[in-house]
Design a protein around this ligand. Structure first.
Ligand SMILES: Cc1ncc(COP(=O)(O)O)c(C=O)c1O
Length: 361
């Protein structure tokens, strides 16, 4: 797989396990048998390189990206699979290009409907009407959905109309909004003949009634769990991104001495400290706290003090370690979800940020 020249300036490395991607896609199909799979590869394939991922996920039925430019790049790379742009288009020019390149669009607001209805497209496009069932992000309101659908259905610029919505809290199975959203969506699609899609990764795994014809997995494809109470391994998911670096120093710290910027970590007892060549400039989260796990020589060590731009300090007390040793920040040996949990963020952000330092597309 390709990596950008910027990656050559770093000791830290990101590598990708394409077998894990295939395994995770298989898990999607096991959780949602009979459904078509729209693999979500926006944000540069959640940091894994959109073009890498699109090639590896050849078994997916469709792809979803957020921006028109992502879809154009997919087509330029030779991808012929159906591609949906989740944000849709903003201008006649974009819409015409969708039509020319056979790219499907979401319609989520009135400007898009107006533009679409008054255009003269060279070829009709497939449209996914996005309905806001309670997330209150993108989507037309419940009361307008039916009229949007009718107008789209009768437009010569539209080939097929699909219906979609998105959950706000699918990762929290007991959240009452999930059922409300599902009920609202069921009401909207009642009597409408269209392929429907609602389920993201969490809903694929825990809300089977929301599967409909097409599911839209993102994070589970990359081997991360959307749930706090189940690990990726529990769900049969495998890490795709392996983020590693090297140990570049080992030194003794005395009780009472502080480590790193801000001196926020002060040793309570004498300890052995290691320095690893990775920092926020390489995509490691600056908000990772003391205690965040780091894996070295079959051992779990802990981060100490603040993350710097190109280094972190770890506790090597009692560990066997030598300068030059391989250190795993996340990947097979250590889940990105664990690192996210102690960094006040989610794996989605960590994967996007780390990948950005290594994969241009
Ligand atoms: C509209 C839409 N569908 C599906 C997904 C995939 O979600 P997840 O990564 O939680 O599976 C996303 C991601 O944000 C999305 O915006």
């Amino acid at each position: 797989m390709n990596d950008s020249p910027a990656s050559h300036w770093r000791r830290a490395r990101v590598t990708l396990n394409s077998n894990a991607l295939s395994n995770n896609l298989k898990r999607v199909r096991e959780f949602s048998p009979g459904c078509q799979v729209m693999a979500v590869i926006k944000a540069n394939g959640y940091g894994h390189g959109m073009l890498n991922v699109s090639t590896q996920l050849d078994d997916a039925d469709l792809f979803a990206v957020a921006m028109p430019e992502e879809a154009f790049a997919l087509r330029a790379s030779g991808c012929t699979k159906p591609v949906l742009v989740l944000h849709g288009f903003c201008s006649d020019e974009e819409l015409e290009k969708f039509s020319r390149l056979n790219i499907s669009t979401v319609v989520h607001q009135s400007c898009q409907l107006d533009l679409l209805l008054k255009s003269e497209l060279s070829k009709p496009v497939d449209v996914w009407l996005k309905v806001d069932t309670g997330m209150h992000r993108l989507g037309v309101s419940l009361e307008h959905a039916d009229s949007y659908f009718g107008r789209l259905r009768h437009s010569a610029n539209v080939e097929k109309v699909y219906m979609m919505s998105h959950f706000a809290n699918a990762d929290d199975k007991g959240n009452s909004l999930n059922n409300n959203q599902l009920e609202s969506f069921l009401n909207v699609i009642n009597g409408i003949e269209a392929g429907c899609s609602m389920a993201n990764s969490a809903a694929i795994m825990r809300l089977p009634k929301s599967h409909f014809e097409i599911v839209r997995p993102g994070i589970m494809l990359y081997g991360s769990s959307p749930f706090l109470d189940a690990s990726a391994a529990d769900l049969g998911l495998q890490a795709v991104m392996q983020f590693e670096s090297q140990l570049i120093d080992i030194k003794q710290i005395k009780a009472g001495e502080a480590i790193g910027y801000g001196s926020i970590f002060v040793a309570e007892k004498d300890l052995t400290m290691g320095v690893v060549a990775v920092g926020y400039g390489d995509g490691y989260p600056r908000h990772a706290k003391t205690g965040t796990p780091v894996w070295l020589n079959e051992q779990r060590c802990e981060l100490l003090g603040r993350v710097s731009m190109d280094s972190i300090s770890i506790d090597l007390t009692g560990a066997s370690a030598s300068i030059g040793d391989r250190v795993v920040l996340w990947g097979n040996e250590l889940s990105v979800d664990e690192v996210a949990a102690t960094s006040e963020t989610i794996a989605y952000e960590l994967l996007c940020n780390a990948g950005a330092a290594y994969f241009s597309a």
